[in-house]
Design a protein around this ligand. Sequence first.
Ligand code: ADP
Length: 498
Amino acid sequence: MIHELKQLSFETFFDAAVDALLLIDDSSQIVQVNPMAQAIFGYSKDELEGKNIEFLIVPRYRKQYHHYRELFLNTPLKHPISAGNGFAVQDRNRKEILLDTGFSPIKLKQKLYVLITFSVASRRIEAEEALRASEERLRLAKQAAGLGIFDYDFKHNIVYWDEQMSMLWGKRASKTVSYDEFIARIHPEDRVSRQSAINRAMDPNSSGEFEVEYRVVNSVNGITRWIAARGRVYFENNQPYRLIGVTRDITDQKNLQKRLQVQRNETENIFKQQVASLTASAIAHELNQPLAAISAYSEVALHELHNKVPNSNDLKRALDGCVSQAQRAGRSLHELMAFLQKGKLITERSNLNELINDALSIVNFDNYGEFDPVLNLQPDLPDVQCNRNQVQKVLVNLFRNAIEAMHAIESPTLTITTAMHITMDTRMALVTVQDNGSGFDTLIAERIFEPFFTTKPTGIGMGLPISRALIEINGGQLWVNCNTQAGTKFHFTLPFTL
Ligand code: ADP
């Protein structure tokens, strides 16, 4: 020991102590008290020294004090400061204070002194209270988030878990479970994927992160629940030694996902069925007319053959008709397939007025009915950029509908106009197909572009939806104005060639 320190008095040491100290003799007289103890009791040194310690003890605890004192004096052993040795004392203002106390016997010239070391237990209680509160908060948060906690000790092959998890596995309130038992409740189909997630996390070159979803079959009720587990493997000298993590019950989420998947599949099936039926209808729409024409031409040819001397010119015309209608059907099918398969749209610079005249020739050739064509075609209209066959198809369809709508009219007139359509930000070619036929009311107007909507006994109701789709893929718009008194006006636009 440093020589100077030897000179220090007992009193100096006593007063310098951080803990509260009190020295009493075997008759409970206070011999010495340090400043920390004085501060706790609120008395000065002079007020305490020489007094019997009993006056500091809360009256109802004095009996208990006598009992302890007796025990201690009989076997004077050291008792370290601890919560077990609680004493209730009172300070100058008679405020009760709970002390954690330690006792050390000191023998001096046949006399026994007791050094009492103490601290205010309420501080400890506050700390314990704070810990309990934070644990309670953690418990509530875990509960609210539906989280379970696990700690897998690789060395002892044991899993520490909380109540939340043990309940899921079907083991009530056990704090640990052997790893084998833990694994036994995991759904056999999920064990491999779970194990490989652990293996990946146990690789010292990995981040140690563990994340996997698996099913657990409860050992008590046999119910299967989905678990999402996340955690981290801890390493010591590059050796994995524990995996700590949380689990979350995701059964509801999984069930919802499954229901949504079933719904998605159903919707997809319905959609596929609709596409199939739309495709079939579109094919029927395209083939109806040429087939009817081929049948008519064939009948003419057969009729001719039945004659004793068949007229070879008539026969040739009928057969030519068959050939051209069959070719038209083939072309239509080809284009339809290209359109349905969303193949690349092939467009070309086209003169719209020419396209209109061609479509009129087809309509006349097909003989849909009588009408007077009135052409208001703008001669200097710039060329449009479009797929000629598709636009021709639209025109034929609009002309045919118009002719059919005028079949009961005395002077059926089909007026076709082309013009420049200028809006705020676009310049396009505009085609108007006007008839003076039956027209239709607003209820029908709302539905004419719906697939399968038809008012005709042998109609299919696909002409207008297909026409609108064709104009749109060519960069234009198709719409209708209808007046039941004055027939119908269909309009469509197409972009000019740049
Ligand atoms: P479909 O001709 O097979 O009925 P569309 O889609 O071409 O199929 O036409 C749908 C319906 O729109 C027709 O059944 C008819 O009621 C109505 N419609 C189309 N064009 C005209 C028109 N110019 N005048 C009156 N009604 C029309």
